[in-house]
Design a binder for this molecule. Structure first.
Ligand code: NAD
Ligand code: MG
Length: 348
């Protein structure tokens, strides 16, 4: 005897990412806006009149990566019970990636899963975190180690919110845009070289293109069995840098910028990338004042840190290396000597 359960694929959980000023979000039954004091202070007044729900609640969580934890999650879940949120209700994540990841995770586990909507308010969360369905929290063992794949019902990307974003946070988002272009799309990369993202129309196009590229990858490989790992370009190095600097010195996107420069050094040594292409990437990052230098004090220790990454399996480090601009390889067979040679270029 056998019983087959055919589970729905991602197509049945398709959703739309709107990149335009929010007009109205209609027909919600009970809804809860999850946000933090900073975003609420700046932008809740803009959002509230645009939401039509039979009942609407607001839950405010403390601001920052330090609060992307079990306590804040539990606080959020308790408020959902207080407000008698049910399986037909919708959570609205209104903030940067921290709020998005936590709200998404709460939506994934509250009564075994309810709907949620993303309204990302940082550039990084607009081009990256709000799309793709990865949700979760950090704990003392590391970042994003507890979580679920839970796709939103819709994503509303409104660049109005970015007008209040500090310059460094803006640039951190640009780093992830550059990442998408380097691995997937050489025309987009060339376009980025020619256009200034401080201009609204250009920024909108860059967001749209980044989101398209990410959506295409997620649709092919939702759970990162293969291709989705390409989004980790620069990240293997960035995670070590963030770790060595206790997550204090660099924003994530800044560490990714340096990480891409490091990955490019390795790609050059592996004859995958020309010096000229590596320079183009560096120049583009520098245009947005992103850091591209980092002094590695101890190469052995830096190398050992690769093995703390949750994406490093057994003794194999998986590198995403650009093949020129617009293409990539994922490899776990880079000789250790080559990695050392690349890392040594970042020592004094
Ligand atoms: P963040 O959410 O901490 O936001 C950065 C800061 O900007 C915060 O202080 C926030 O309150 C503030 N802010 C938000 N919107 C603002 C606005 N419009 N004007 C002024 N200030 C504003 O950080 P982030 O960079 O948005 O996201 C980083 C988080 O996203 C990390 O936790 C990371 O793990 C996660 N992430 C998730 C994914 C995913 O696929 N789920 C992908 C990338 C990153
Ligand atoms: Mg990233």
């Amino acid at each position: 005897m056998q019983v087959d359960i055919s589970l729905k694929k991602i197509e049945d959980r398709s959703y739309t990412i709107f990149i335009e000023p929010i007009e109205k979000i209609r027909n919600l039954s009970k809804a809860v806006i999850v946000t933090n004091p900073k975003v609420a202070g700046l932008h809740l007044g803009y959002l509230l009149p645009k939401i039509e729900a039979s009942e609407l609640y607001i839950v405010t969580l403390p601001d920052g990566e330090d609060y992307k934890n079990e306590q804040a999650l539990n606080y959020l879940l308790e408020r959902l019970f207080d407000h008698k949120i049910d399986r037909k209700s919708t959570l609205i994540a209104f903030g940067g990636g921290v709020i998005g990841d936590m709200t998404g995770f709460a939506a994934a586990i509250y009564q075994r899963g309810i709907d949620f909507i993303q309204i990302p308010t940082t550039l990084l969360s607009q081009v990256d975190a709000s799309v793709g369905g990865k949700t979760g929290i950090n704990n003392r063992f590391g970042k994003n180690l507890i979580g679920a794949f839970h796709q939103p019902k819709a994503v509303y990307i409104d660049t109005h919110f970015l007008t209040t974003l500090p310059q460094r946070e803006f640039a951190a988002g640009v780093a992830e845009i550059v990442k998408m272009a380097v691995v997937f799309d050489k025309e987009f990369f060339a376009w980025l070289e020619e256009h200034d993202l401080y201009e609204e129309e250009h920024l909108k196009y860059a967001i749209k293109r980044s989101v398209e590229l990410k959506a295409a990858i997620v649709a092919k490989d939702e759970r990162e069995g293969g291709m989705r790992a390409s989004l980790n370009y620069g990240h293997t190095f960035a995670h070590v840098i963030e770790n060595e600097t206790n997550y204090k010195r660099f924003l994530h996107g800044e560490a990714v910028a340096i990480g891409m420069v490091m990955a490019n050094e390795l790609a050059k040594l592996m004859d995958l990338m020309s010096q000229e292409d590596a320079q183009r990437v560096k120049t583009l990052l520098e245009k947005y004042n992103l850091p591209t230098c980092y002094e590695i004090k101890d190469v052995d220790s830096f190398y050992e840190h690769f093995f703390l990454d949750k994406k490093t399996q057994a003794d194999k480090i998986k590198f995403v290396l650009p093949r020129g601009v617009g293409d990539f390889v994922i490899t776990d067979s880079v000789p250790k000597e080559r990695v050392f040679e690349a890392l040594k270029r970042f020592t004094r």
